[in-house]
Design a protein around this ligand. Structure first.
Ligand code: AHG
Ligand code: MN
Ligand code: MN
Ligand code: MN
Length: 325
């Protein structure tokens, strides 16, 4: 039986601040608890709608609320955390402490999959907190390059945690006795792919560049791309991005004409930025169309952004289409 390194031991080897490691360990422990609630499903009465609407104007699921409260409570009790922000909370929440770190999170990603037993996840992002004063919303509005840690948990056939602090991207699998064990060290996204992920039902609403790119993929090996493409769409960003971490691919949630005043569906601060840091650290790329997502200066806490993320060479093919207009 292989002896696996656990998360705490792997973090100990990272040249990162001990307080930051405490924050990541707190999030990891909470994700382990969330995985048990997710796995219990109907048995714990955690499926179905909460009967409330969040700031995104989405019908909340019970698990959106339960997991949000679990992470908020854990982070409020974690010394180095000065403030938190969540997909499920309209305002940022200072903890009463100053300095240390800010955490943004999507407590339950893929909510539409909860009641049909398809993989869901948790996404988190850690930013430096301001020194000398309690954090306000403006202190959270930092570009993704400022992140000092980012990661996700995916609650699937295995529960896994994928995280980056100061260096590479490492994957951990939750053991039966509740330990995160290093099973996928130094993850790297393959630079080329023949697999794209997009919600095809929106095809008639896409901008011309996106339609040209997908049409090109669908022409198969006799077409301009010279290869047959496969398609996947889980509708949990965490599951789609995890697949790309494991075998390459490109994930797209572009602008579409259904809500033309919105740049896309996904949220910058707790979906696109953490996933973009992971993607770039694993040798992939992540753009909003022409420019890197990590370079965006946020204007609003819950702002949305188009996302094209994954295998570096395929992202460049899409960027070229976007440049062509
Ligand atoms: P959330 O459940 O946190 O609101 O996020 C859902 C997001 C993302 O996980 C996924 O990629 C996307 O919504 C799926 O959107 P469609 O249902 O429009 O395909
Ligand atoms: Mn989400
Ligand atoms: Mn969510
Ligand atoms: Mn949601």
């Amino acid at each position: 039986m292989t002896a696996f390194v656990d998360l705490a031991a792997r973090l100990a080897a990272e040249p990162a601040d001990a307080a930051l490691k405490d924050v990541v360990l707190t999030i990891a422990e909470t994700c382990a608890q969330i995985s048990r609630v997710v796995a219990s499903g109907a048995l714990s009465g955690s499926l179905g709608a909460a009967g409330s609407t969040n700031v995104q104007d989405e019908e909340q699921k019970k698990l959106d609320v339960i997991t949000n409260d679990m992470l908020s409570d854990a982070l409020k009790a974690c010394g180095p955390v000065a403030g938190l922000a969540s997909e499920e909370l309209e305002e940022v929440e200072p903890t009463g402490r100053v300095g240390g770190y800010l955490v943004t999170f999507d407590p339950l990603d893929g909510s539409s999959n909860i009641d049909v037993n398809v993989s869901v996840g948790t996404i988190f992002s850690v930013l430096p907190a301001p020194a000398g004063h309690a954090p306000t919303e403006g202190d959270f509005l930092q570009p993704g390059r400022n992140q000092v840690a980012a990661g996700y948990a995916v609650y699937g056939p295995q529960t896994m945690l994928v995280v980056t602090l100061s260096g590479g991207v490492n994957g951990f699998t939750l053991s039966a006795d509740g330990r995160w064990l290093l099973t996928h060290p130094d993850l790297a996204i393959k630079p080329d792919t023949a697999e794209f992920a997009i919600n095809m039902s929106n095809q008639r609403h896409w901008a011309p560049a996106v339609r040209r790119y997908i049409d090109g993929c669908l022409q198969g090996k006799d077409g301009a791309r010279g290869k047959n493409f496969n398609m996947r769409w889980v509708a949990s960003m965490v599951a789609d991005v995890h697949r790309i971490m494991m075998r390459g691919g490109v994930f797209m949630y572009p602008w579409d004409a259904r809500e033309p005043d919105k740049p896309g569906k996904l949220r910058l601060m707790y979906e696109a930025n953490p996933m973009s840091l992971l993607a770039e650290r694993a040798g992939g790329k992540s753009i909003e169309g022409l420019n890197e997502i990590l370079d965006i200066n946020p204007a609003k806490l819950h702002q949305r952004v188009p996302v094209v993320l994954g295998s570096a060479n395929e992202v460049e093919v899409i960027r070229a289409e976007m440049r062509a207009g």
